[in-house]
Ligand binder design. Structure first.
Ligand code: ADP
Ligand code: MG
Length: 762
């Protein structure tokens, strides 16, 4: 069944060639007990390893069941070792970190025998060598003789045709040796047993045939055989399942828990860093979004005559091409940067009615700011005084319009302001005074309203003060062909046509809504301006202005009709508002309002589009993009530690490969493919990768607790740092992938190890 023909094997060490086998030819019977005798270095082990397919011959042929092995591929040798050969070594060669039973099972695991059958066969084999009671022990808990019996059980379990034993009793005392020899003799009844020994007495006593080797040549054969080989050759191919590889690695890793844990921890540091950064930026983004929902969403959407185009602003950059000096000498007129990014909104009456048709239930307030001058005179007991209010200006004493609440429910003002005194009625012309959180109002504002600013002003004094709105016909005087503002405030104040108004209420921003608060100052109800326009649009000055091409206050000629329109608007003619503010009820309402406003622009040319300004969005997108930038920079830094850790994993895997060289040899002797060896080490790095990922995420989650405490103490924000589930999964995957990459080269190195060399290693 097995025949060796003219086999030559040389070992090269540098230039030196060592002849290990020199033209060896011999045939074996399918069941006999052959002893190979010979002094040390005569080539016995080499002979056995070549017969067992562990080592390759240089020339000649090994015929197995009539089939030449000249064309054998690695896979064929692997399955030959797994199916047909059982090895017994002098040094037992058991894998120390798995149980006796698992050691015996290993060969069957490689050939994919079912778990149940494996256990059964392994138990049978252990029973045969008398070690069933020790099945769950680890190899180092057994005596030498017992370990050799385990090795015999392992060699027998797959029921191979050939048992190869290399000095199996070499390390045993004589009593135990005899027991082992009995066992091997018993086996040889139905198998070919080839045993290497240098003990000729044992050989003579037990074997049926003795072959003597000397300097790589057969010098004697006590019982030569020359039959023919006819049986048909076929083996089951071997392949280690990923689960087996994982189990092998897991048990190995468990034997060095401390190191694995430390490794995983060290390589998890990068993951911890990134997880913390992500959870913080994530959390802050969430807080910003929340803030935008809760607070910022009530900031008004404004539509004014000029809007800044944010997209243009971002993309505007001067051409950086250097202008070469040429013979032509000229200066290039440069566009005003602000002009380029400013969009002129042509607010028309049809646009105003489009806006006013927005679903009212979405709004918490709406205000139209008109440029109509509001001429008010007050009396402080001594003097009559013109109340400087620079409507729609930006001075501290500028007045602004109080938003109307289009719904019956709580409006934007109700939800954000406390009324300190008085009652607001927007249908009545009047004023509302806004104070800041210290109950302060700008001195100039108070002075212009006619109050003594050398001392605090009493609420009651504020609310009881009377103001007179002066209409055009008594405010403007016609003189020598042009109009001018009157100065006789006493007469105006006491004119029957003037309209008396009061400060209706004093309001202050609610404590937690300070983000929204406007500056302190004076607001007027929309009905005040409505009333003024109602009267003034028919006034003499407005009618005269309509007919004139000149500004009848300054006598300047109008450049265009728009200028005339704006002067008429200022004088009180009915005109489109210059500013519209829409206060959304909440975040969802805001989205709907914005899409309603966007719809107006559909199909319109750029010039006719009306752009709005969404301050809240500007604030949050700005803070969002700053955060994104910071996050990226921090992640880049932490990634360095990830790279460092994957290099570290590579080194550690390499050390593990070195440590497990013997195990690699054993696995190869049992029929494991190169691929299976790679798999064993890849699954080891996989385990480290997944555990470092999990440790990293776990520690990051733990660290988030004190981090949140600190943030809460510093900023009153609760639970800012929170790691999203998706990020956790991604980070664990990254950890696995990086460690796999790190361990890839060492795993390849492991698979390339020569099984003979691996088995010789200690
Ligand atoms: P034995 O088992 O009879 O003691 P071996 O088969 O182990 O002898 O070795 C036969 C010869 O081949 C010895 O001279 C040994 O030094 C040499 N040899 C064995 N393995 C190697 C190797 N891997 N590299 C170089 N020389 C080797
Ligand atoms: Mg030897």
């Amino acid at each position: 069944m097995l025949s060796v023909k003219h086999i030559v094997k040389n070992y090269k060490t540098g230039d030196f060639i060592q002849k290990a086998l020199d033209d060896v030819s011999v045939k074996f019977r399918s069941s006999e007990f052959v002893c190979i005798l010979g002094s040390s270095g005569s080539g016995k082990t080499t002979f056995l390893n070549i017969i067992g397919g562990l080592d390759k011959y240089d020339s000649g042929d090994l015929i197995i069941n009539g089939k030449s092995t000249k064309r054998f591929k690695d896979r064929d040798w692997d399955s030959y070792r797994n199916n047909s050969v059982g090895f017994i070594f002098q040094s037992y060669n058991l894998i120390s970190h798995i149980s006796i039973l698992s050691n015996v099972e290993l060969g069957m695991t490689l050939s994919g025998v079912s778990r149940k059958e494996r256990k059964e066969k392994a138990r049978d084999a252990l029973c045969r060598v008398g070690l069933l009671d020790h099945a769950n022990k680890k190899p180092n808990q057994l005596s030498g003789g017992q370990m050799q019996r385990v090795a015999i059980a392992r060699a027998l379990v797959n029921d191979p045709d050939i048992i190869l034993a290399d000095e199996p009793t070499g390390a045993l005392d004589s009593v135990t040796s005899v027991q082992i020899m009995d066992l091997i003799k018993e086996i040889s009844k139905d198998k070919l047993v080839i045993m290497v020994t240098h003990n000729s007495e044992l050989a003579k006593e037990y074997s049926s045939r003795i072959i003597s080797l000397k300097d790589g040549k057969i010098v004697d054969d006590s019982n030569p055989y020359d039959g023919d080989d006819s049986s048909v050759y076929s083996f089951r191919k071997t392949s280690m399942s990923f689960i087996t590889a994982l189990k092998l690695s897991l048990t190995n890793i468990i034997t060095k828990k401390g190191r694995t844990l430390l490794t995983s921890f060290a390589s998890s540091i990068g993951i911890i860093g990134i997880a913390l950064i992500l959870s913080l930026s994530n959390g802050f983004q969430e807080k910003i979004d929340e803030f935008e929902r809760d607070s910022l969403s009530q900031m008004p959407i404004t539509i004014s005559e000029q809007a800044i185009e944010m997209s243009e602003l971002m993309s505007t950059s001067d051409s950086d091409e250097y202008h070469e000096y040429t013979s032509e000498k000229f200066i290039v007129p440069k566009d005003d940067t602000l002009d380029k990014v400013t969009h002129v909104n042509k607010i028309t009456s049809s646009y105003v009615s489009y806006v006013s048709n927005v679903d009212k239930s979405l709004l918490g307030g709406i205000s139209y700011l008109r440029s109509t001058s509001i001429n008010v005179v007050t009396y402080d007991g001594d003097d009559y005084q013109y109340v400087n209010n620079a409507n729609s200006g930006i001075d501290s004493y500028s007045w602004s319009v109080f938003p109307d609440n289009p719904n019956s429910g709580e409006g934007v003002v109700d939800s954000n302001y406390d009324v300190l005194m008085g009652k607001i009625d927007t249908s009545v012309p009047g004023l509302i005074l806004v104070v800041d959180k210290y109950n302060q109002v700008d001195k100039n504002t108070l002075r212009s309203l006619g109050f003594d600013v050398s001392k605090n002003v009493n609420f009651n004094d504020l609310l009881s003060k009377e103001f007179k709105v002066i209409f055009n016909d008594s405010f403007y005087q016609f003189n020598n062909g042009y109009y001018m503002m009157g100065t006789d405030y006493k007469k105006m104040y006491n004119d029957d046509d003037s309209m008396s108004i009061k400060i209706q209420a004093i309001i202050r921003c609610k404590k937690d809504k300070e983000m929204l608060s406007v500056n302190s100052g004076v607001l007027y109800t929309s009905s005040l301006v409505d009333r003024i326009i109602e009267v003034n649009k028919n006034s003499k000055i407005v009618n005269d202005q309509k007919r004139s091409d000149y500004n009848i206050l300054t006598l300047q000629k109008f450049d265009d009709s728009a200028t005339k329109e704006s002067v008429l608007g200022y004088l009180g003619d009915d005109s489109v508002p210059s500013y519209i503010m829409l206060y959304p009820k909440d975040f969802d309402a805001k989205e709907k309002i914005l899409s309603y406003l966007d719809k107006y622009n559909d199909g319109k040319s750029d010039n006719d589009k009306i752009l709005y300004t969404d301050m809240a969005n500007m604030i949050s997108s700005l803070s969002g993009s700053i955060m994104d930038a910071i996050t990226l920079v921090l992640i880049a830094f932490s990634s360095i530690s990830l790279i460092v850790s994957s290099i570290m994993i590579g080194i550690i895997t390499y050390i593990s490969v070195l440590e497990r060289t013997k195990e690699i040899g054993i696995l190869r002797a049992l029929g494991a493919r190169k691929k299976d060896i790679t798999r064993v080490f890849n699954s080891e790095t996989f385990i480290i990768g997944i555990s470092s990922g999990l440790i990293g995420i776990g520690i990051a989650l733990l660290l988030n607790v004190p981090i949140n405490d600190i943030i809460y103490k510093l900023s009153d924000l609760r639970n800012v740092a929170s790691l999203s589930f998706g990020h956790a999964i991604i980070l664990i995957s990254v950890s696995i992938i990086l460690t796999l990459i790190g361990g890839f080269i060492p795993a390849k190195i492991a698979s390339k190890k020569d099984p003979v060399v691996a088995l010789r290693s200690e």
